[in-house]
Design a binder for this molecule. Structure first.
Ligand code: CP
Ligand code: NVA
Length: 309
């Protein structure tokens, strides 16, 4: 009998934040907050019993892997970790064939990879929802958790000012799209030559301002966010990037320019003494541990949204 998987335009994927409307984004955030409370009360809730999530990781991960695996287990389902090292993906089996086969068995796929187009190709040939667990271009799952964290701490982010300090990378691009969807202002302070990609600038230009003046960008901000100077895949650029980003460390001096109740976020893993000083990330304005925990709750809300709605 033929395998059931065929390209299906009706399947809902989560490859970027643009796959959500603003109201869906907010609904997922609010549901994540509810699921977190249920989890903390010890309530058993297993809406995905017998469902399987197949996870392809072509880059390293701690949070993304553990949050999806734990979330599926808590939901009564199961997650499978697939690495190119020990699957046929690493030996050149086409992504289209892998998509057809995996989606004929699993109920949802997750992929962390380099080229964003690879995640798109997987989705194109998958008969089940595909979740982007990070590509070179975007990291939408992290934004679900970051926005949940902001809403929990301070309420809706609409009309607030957020400052991105550092590389115009995948995290920055996802912040840009979140700014457009949730209607906040995003200041982006980055060194010359490390700006976000032009297509993201064009798409989000009404909500962003790009500058090299990191102090001006942080002044009166409600939330300061940063990320590593060299992302996965850029390891050999570490030394040149350390020089270029030297003035782009989030310090207490920068935090002091922001609003008194400003928060600090970082998707982690962090490098203390590079993109952030130890006293900021370990200080009272930092919410990085809530942010990391919320990966679990936000992605459970996402799985419910994609698999039950
Ligand atoms: N923030 C994040 O995605 O962490 P991992 O790389 O550990 O998954
Ligand atoms: N920008 C970082 C995020 C890690 C979660 C990277 O892509 O490596």
């Amino acid at each position: 009998m033929a395998i059931k998987a065929v390209p299906d335009e009706t399947v809902r994927h989560f490859l970027t934040l643009n796959d959500l409307s603003a109201s869906e984004f907010r609904a997922i955030i609010h549901r994540a907050i509810e699921l977190k409370a249920m989890q903390h009360r010890g309530e058993i809730y297993e809406p995905l019993k017998n469902k399987v999530l197949a996870m392809i990781f072509e880059k390293s991960s701690t949070r993304t892997r553990v949050s999806f695996e734990t979330g599926m287990a808590q939901f009564g389902g199961h997650a499978i970790f697939l690495s190119p090292r020990d699957t046929q993906l690493g030996r050149g089996e086409p992504i289209e064939d892998s998509a057809r086969v995996l989606s004929s068995m699993a109920d949802c796929l997750m992929v962390r990879t380099f080229e964003h187009e690879k995640a798109e190709l997987l989705a194109q040939y998958s008969s089940v929802p595909v979740i982007n667990g990070l590509t070179d271009d975007v990291h939408p799952c992290q934004l679900l958790a970051d926005m949940q964290t902001y809403f929990e701490q301070r309420g809706d982010i609409k009309g607030k000012t957020v400052t991105w300090v550092g590389d115009g990378n995948n995290m920055c691009h996802s912040y840009m799209r979140a700014a457009k969807l949730l209607e906040f202002k995003l200041n982006i302070a980055c060194p010359e030559g490390f700006e976000p990609q032009q297509k993201f600038i064009d798409e989000c230009r009404n909500n962003i301002e790009i500058t090299t003046d990191v102090s001006a960008a942080c002044t009166n901000s409600d939330l300061i966010v940063t990320d590593v100077w060299a992302s996965m895949g850029q390891e050999e650029e570490q030394n040149t990037r350390e020089l270029a980003f030297n003035d782009f460390q989030v310090t207490t001096e920068l935090m002091d320019l922001a609003k008194n109740n400003a928060l600090f976020m970082h998707c982690l893993p962090a490098h203390r003494g590079e993109e952030v000083s130890a006293d900021v990330i370990d200080g009272s304005q930092s919410v990085v541990w809530d942010e990391a925990e919320n990966r679990l709750h936000a992605q459970k809300a996402l799985l419910e949204f994609l698999l039950l709605d």
